[in-house]
Design a protein around this ligand. Structure first.
Ligand code: UD1
Length: 370
């Protein structure tokens, strides 16, 4: 009897985490992986491009839930995923990260008596105004296997009363993908296509509701970017949420007037990896990019008040600087003056996290002999 494992993806930051897991499962005869895409992200640039770049197989099941408010989106995913579990009866459901698809599918799985594995468990920003923090805390409470990427996560989970036997320090599957694709990404022509040279540009990403959903916050970040681009061209692939808000707040003209602030469509995995690797610095509010820049050795400024990934600050190249215009300009200037942070590789971020996770699942899920 094979162990049937349903792997859930929903939003952009899930694809590079699940790809190495599915790859690894395919090398084991006694595992039958199923790939379920909720369709939380659905645009060509937010989804399909990543399947192609990462070599992810076409999803076995596509739920097509699309965008909606938190309640409607989470609810729709739950309705659809319940049907998937009834029809496919997996032994284990794997969810990754902290998006709405993570908690929605996790809840359905445990209610139906299917064992739940959470990959990237235990990260905490301690900021409950972030939708992701709620998704993390709740998913961890109901998971049977909690695979963690850094040691602090263990302490967070212990504090929340999670049984230690469920926690496994296995490393970072997102970094498995990065290390696997790094050389291929080098072949990307994105730098000349954008007319920039290595270390002669900064890279910007913004999509957190706290930064982009309020006019005042988005406007002051833009003001900082407009100042910084006078010294260094900035490449800014714009997330659909941010694009929508720039339009809604009438900020597009302001951006267009800044010749060195280049707003472009969201990029695929390989092009973006190449841009990160050669950036003078990265300004971001993403979670995953804090980790990827640490491994690439690129200085990262995180435009948030906190991070759920403290290892990127302790060991890596990340600094958490908030979103005031003054601080963004000041820290950018420091890096331009040669004071960027040099980081070291965090423990177990070595390209073998998926192997460790699958080995543990095999060991625990295999029918006991005798
Ligand atoms: C979601 C995750 C966030 C993650 C981010 C990465 C939640 C609560 N949030 O935020 O943790 O960091 O993905 O991108 O799960 N849209 C499109 N096309 C798409 C997807 C979205 O146009 O393919 C637009 C829609 O207008 C939508 C908006 O973007 O309403 C926001 O999408 P949503 O999935 O709700 O949240 P994200 O901000 O992408």
């Amino acid at each position: 009897m094979k162990i049937k494992i349903a792997n859930v993806v929903g939003a952009r930051p899930n694809f590079m985490k699940v790809a190495p897991l599915v790859d690894e499962m395919k090398t084991h005869e006694d595992i039958e992986p199923i790939l379920v895409h909720t369709g939380q992200h659905y645009d060509q640039t937010m989804s399909k491009l990543f399947f192609d770049d990462l070599g992810l197989p076409k999803p076995d099941i596509y739920l097509g839930v699309g965008s909606a408010g938190h309640g409607a989106q989470t609810g729709k995913i739950m309705l659809e995923f319940e049907r998937v579990l009834q029809e496919n009866k997996p032994d284990v459901v794997i969810v990754v990260g902290d998006v709405n698809s993570t908690i929605a599918c996790g809840l359905v799985a445990v209610k139906m008596g299917v064992r739940l594995a959470h990959v990237e468990a235990g990260l905490r920003s301690h900021d409950r105004t972030m939708p992701e923090e709620i998704n993390r805390v709740l998913t961890d409470q109901i998971s049977d296997y909690l695979f963690i990427t850094e040691r602090q996560a263990h302490r967070n989970l212990q504090r929340e009363g999670i049984d230690q036997e469920k926690i496994f320090f296995t490393g970072n599957v997102m970094i498995d993908s990065l290390l696997k694709h790094r050389e291929r990404a080098e072949q990307s022509h994105i730098l000349p296509a954008l007319d920039v040279a290595p270390k002669r540009y900064g890279l910007v990403t913004l999509h957190r509701p706290s930064n982009v959903d309020q006019h005042e916050n988005l406007a002051k970040i833009l003001e900082a970017l407009i100042t910084v681009q006078q010294q260094l061209p900035l490449i800014f692939p714009v997330h659909p949420r941010t694009r929508k808000m720039l339009q809604a707040f009438g900020l597009e003209e302001k951006v267009q007037a800044a010749a060195n602030l280049k707003l472009i469509a969201p990029l695929g995995y390989l092009d973006f990896l190449k841009l990160m690797a050669h950036a003078k610095f990265v300004l971001t509010d993403s979670g995953g990019i804090q980790e990827e820049t640490t491994v690439l050795g690129a200085p990262c400024m995180t435009l948030r008040e906190n991070t759920e990934r403290p290892i990127t600050v302790e060991a890596g190249t990340n600094i958490v600087i908030g979103n005031s215009a003054g601080r963004i300009v000041e820290e950018s200037n420091r890096i331009l003056a040669g004071h960027g942070k040099k980081g070291a590789l965090p423990e177990l971020w070595d390209g073998h996290a998926a192997e460790r996770i699958v080995r543990i699942l095999l060991e625990k899920e295999s029918p006991k002999s005798g």
